[in-house]
Design a protein around this ligand. Structure first.
Ligand SMILES: Nc1ncnc2c1ncn2[C@@H]1O[C@H](COP(=O)(O)OP(=O)(O)O)[C@@H](O)[C@H]1O
Ligand SMILES: [Mg+2]
Length: 263
């Protein structure tokens, strides 16, 4: 059975989607089979993985999987990603479009918070890891992700509002396990991403993150334009010039994942 990890932060721009996408890439390079579940109606992770929405020929998405309210239905929604890299065949995506927003209004229906868990049941046994990319809120979509996850993981920029929002996500996870019928859910760790050591604010906030999270800080990803560009053009890092340092950073994070979340 796959280990499911919900990647969140109660703020946009905190590098959640980049963390999900690049971690999936690193884990696939390390030989693991990875599913990325898009739980953000913005669909950024899906697009960056090269998945294309075709309005003429609509594909099934996370939205339909949740709406179906049926065990294992996610097995019909996994799709290949659009990258050409050799290891891309080990990554599969459950994509989403803005229509995922419609699921948020179903929060009041009986058991609605368990619908992603239900959809994934038995539908991720062929994978080693499932990374669930959360929206920036702590509302229903994130709660469905947390109800389905074994662990929660955060990303944050080294800036005050983002760190504060990572703490909110951590505390929300700690308080929600029982309520989401997922009592073993735990907050495992976080990555600081977009770090620029020339900025005093970033140096100060990185120190603050170390104080607050201790050894739950699993990695620091530097701010690099090539990451923005890779995301912008939906490219794997293997196709981006001079990406060796960045690939090494994500592969180290991937190794930590494999060690902590033995699949
Ligand atoms: N380490 C990094 N260095 C530079 N840009 C980054 C880095 N990580 C992410 N980005 C860029 O920052 C922006 C916000 O990241 P994103 O993953 O979309 O955040 P979130 O999903 O939390 O809203 C995106 O344009 C992304 O490409
Ligand atoms: Mg995002």
């Amino acid at each position: 059975m796959a280990k499911r990890i919900a990647i969140g932060n109660n703020k946009g721009g905190a590098k959640k989607s980049t963390t999900a996408v690049r971690l999936a890439e690193a884990l696939a390079k390390l030989g693991k089979r990875v599913g990325v579940v898009e739980m953000d109606p913005q669909g950024n992770a899906s697009r960056r993985l090269g998945w294309k929405d075709d309005p003429e020929n609509p594909q099934l998405t996370t939205s339909e999987a949740i709406e179906a309210n049926a065990e294992g239905v996610a097995s019909q929604v996994w799709q290949p990603i659009g990258w050409q890299a050799e290891y891309a065949s080990r990554i599969t995506v459950m994509p989403a479009r803005y229509t995922l927003e419609d699921r948020a209004t179903e929060a009041g229906q009986r058991g609605a918070y368990r619908r992603l868990a239900k959809a994934l049941k038995g539908a991720d046994d062929h994978l080693d890891y499932v990374l669930i990319d959360c929206p920036p809120s702590l509302g229903h979509l994130t709660q469905m992700a947390l109800a389905a996850a074994d662990h929660a993981f955060a990303s944050t920029e080294p800036e005050h509002d983002s760190v504060e929002a990572a703490v909110r996500y951590r505390d929300f996870v700690a308080a929600s396990g029982e309520d989401l019928a997922n009592p073993n859910l735990n907050f495992a760790g976080l990555v600081v991403s977009g770090y620029d050591m020339r900025l005093a604010a970033h140096v100060g906030q990185l120190g603050g993150v170390r104080d607050i999270f201790g050894d739950q800080l699993w990695g620091v990803v530097p701010r690099r334009a090539l990451i923005t560009n890779a995301d912008e053009y939906a490219l794997p890092l293997s196709e981006v010039a001079d990406s060796g340092e960045v690939r090494a950073v994500f592969e180290l994070l991937g190794q930590r994942f494999i060690k902590e979340f033995a699949a």
